[in-house]
Design a protein around this ligand. Sequence first.
Ligand SMILES: CC(C)(COP(=O)(O)OP(=O)(O)OC[C@H]1O[C@@H](n2cnc3c(N)ncnc32)[C@H](O)[C@@H]1OP(=O)(O)O)[C@@H](O)C(=O)NCCC(=O)NCCS
Length: 377
Amino acid sequence: MARYAHITGWGMSVPSRVLTNDELARTVETTKEWIVERTGIRERRVASPQQTTASLATDAALKALAAAGLSPRQVQLVIVATSTPEHIFPATACLVQDRIGAASAGAFDLSAACTGFVYALSVASQLIQTGAYQNALVIGSETLSRIVNWNDRATCVLFGDGAGALVLQSSSRPGGVLAFSMHSDGSGGDLLSLPAGGSRMPATHETIDQGLHFVSMNGREVYRFATRVMAAATREVLAKAGYVLGEVDLIIPHQANQRIIEAAARQLRVSMDRFFVNVDRYGNTSTASIPIAICEAFAAGRLHVGDRVVLVGFGAGLTWGAALLQWVAHAPVPAAPWRLSGLFIVRAMAWLRSVLRRLSRRVEAFLFGERGDTGRP
Ligand SMILES: CC(C)(COP(=O)(O)OP(=O)(O)OC[C@H]1O[C@@H](n2cnc3c(N)ncnc32)[C@H](O)[C@@H]1OP(=O)(O)O)[C@@H](O)C(=O)NCCC(=O)NCCS
């Protein structure tokens, strides 16, 4: 029997701190008019010192699970697409798995920069469609404010922090993720990168002095690349599924720049009314931009059962890709107060479980010492 990967839950989490263009214009040589005219961005969110990529991802994931009415113990797979992982390892996805108490889930991070969410959704949907998994959490989460040079006006005006998550569940009813496309061109890797801090150039005093631990970008080249691939990826994913543009109800693009989205609309000859845009309020949140936009599109009444929706993204790598969805979920269940208070209990239980796991490791180490092999993970 054919299996389909349905989106049954969605959730987002953004820091409460809003950084406006006016505020930025007081710290770098720019104007709010320049930023709005060239990018469409009016404000972005910035994480507090306590907030991290994993904490935002955890918040978004728990909301998505509550919306789907799914317990963390039923989650079999956690993928976190991110460009700002908490560490090179362990994976941010493992931190999320622990904090939500997804005791039987596999977890890994996926690195495809801003296209990461489209990639992660494609991977998870395939694992569900093959019958390997029934339930998966796909998360895009970023704290880009930590890797942006706040003195570089060419980049600091563009990015913001936030997270979005989707629950995917197996179903025999047609719908959900219908098709996807993923592309890359590593020859353009230098156009948008974080030069230092990896194995090629480990962090040293020199790399820090030279600011090589910050985002480095050739804005004009990335702009040209983005406007070329958005329309092409949209057309490609539709062709794969056997649909034409006229059959698409909504396009949710990666929110990097209003002008890039308008250029894609012109190339596709589709009116801007059929695009969902919220870049004005969040800036570019990389992997989080598409899932946050999905949450807001639903809240704004722009997603209805049966709608065909194209998600399309691009980013460092270079990478680009698209996914075609058929929206199958009705109004989410999360508004129910018991579910929201239930989130506190879920968190507390996950925390307790984590503490007990650590404790049992210590006890085992004490009891078995060097002999080690207890047969337990
Ligand atoms: C970055 C970007 C907004 C710049 O817009 P642009 O119209 O291409 O502007 P340019 O790069 O041509 O720069 C024009 C001038 O504005 C200046 N400028 C750059 N940032 C500025 C800012 N924040 N405020 C004021 N002036 C600025 C430049 O220094 C340049 O000055 P110059 O002509 O004296 O050299 C645009 O190139 C872009 O969006 N690129 C894609 C970036 C992106 O999406 N990255 C993430 C991919 S996932």
